[in-house]
Design a protein around this ligand. Structure first.
Ligand code: ADP
Length: 270
């Protein structure tokens, strides 16, 4: 497999440390423009902790009930469960789209119930989020969509251009860089959305069914991309019903009837 992004001498201290820790595995993800504005907090606060969390939509019964677990910084976890079990709901609580009905969630060292609305955009910039409906901007081409988080973070075009093109190539969109989203297939949109989520090497990556629209081969490739990002230190959470793609030794949380069970770094949950 070719090097996914170009390498560069311009590495932050954190990134050099990360590279040294993961010398043998992370060569496909360069750390060239890890913008301090995006990712300035210590790695150790990229943990996610749920304590007796309950969630209900309106007056319905609880979708999640007394859910407790801890995802350590740098861990990679798959969330599994049948359709309608609450996987997307759990992710939405993590990426601050909704608040829990009861219990406590800690994110980036903060109790989410104490986070003010105006603080949310800055915290969200530390997370890469891949949603089922992709949320690509239709009037921007694929390259511009993927580069958008870097532009928002005021990175310089000349610093990231090669990286964006390299990543697009790696996810099989090299020839589609100038295409507008409405002209892409479902699988192409999915890969563009994933590239956009990982281009900043976020502290936390959240992906909701990220392999739903691609064939098995591309699915494995995308999971490998997530693994590489994870090896560089990104806390990674992937909801999927496609258990065939999950590595054998992976952390897994399974949701059923509002309860979460599983295994995180050898610790039994639920
Ligand atoms: P999964 O991702 O595992 O398929 P979801 O989290 O999307 O499950 O949904 C869990 C349950 O919550 C389902 O019964 C679904 O119908 C319900 N649900 C999801 N979103 C809403 C909503 N906005 N309002 C009311 N019920 C919802």
């Amino acid at each position: 497999m070719k090097r996914m992004w170009r390498s560069s001498e311009k590495m932050s201290r954190v990134n050099i440390k990360r590279q040294n820790e993961h010398k043998n595995t992370g060569q496909h993800i360069s750390k060239t423009h890890k913008n301090p504005n995006i990712n300035s907090s210590p790695e150790s606060d990229a943990n996610i902790h749920f304590e007796r969390v309950g969630f209900r939509y309106g007056r319905e019964g609880e979708i999640l009930s007394d859910v407790s677990f801890s995802l350590p910084p740098g861990s990679m976890t798959f969330i599994i469960g049948p359709s309608g079990a609450g996987k997307s709901t759990l992710l939405k609580l993590i990426y601050l789209h909704m608040r829990q009905s009861r219990g406590h969630i800690t994110l980036f060292g903060r109790d989410t119930s104490q986070i003010e609305r105006k603080e949310i955009p800055a915290l969200k910039r530390r997370m890469g989020i891949v949603l089922q409906d992709f949320r690509l901007i239709d009037h921007l081409n694929v390259y511009e969509n993927v580069a958008l988080p870097l532009r928002v973070a005021r990175s310089k075009r000349e610093d990231y251009r090669e990286d964006v093109l390299g990543l697009l190539k790696w996810v099989g969109l090299g020839s589609r860089a100038h295409a507008l989203p409405p002209t892409l297939s479902g699988g192409e949109k999915q890969r563009a959305a994933i590239a956009r989520a990982v281009i900043t090497k976020p502290d936390i990556l959240i992906a909701d069914e990220p392999t739903g629209n691609v064939d098995a081969d591309m699915g494995r490739r995308l999971i490998r991309l997530f693994s590489e990002l994870n090896r560089l230190g990104t806390t990674t959470i992937i909801a999927t019903h496609n258990t065939a793609l999950i590595p054998e030794d992976a952390n897994m949380l399974s949701i059923e009837h509002g309860q979460v069970k599983g295994n995180i770094n050898g610790e039994q949950i639920g």
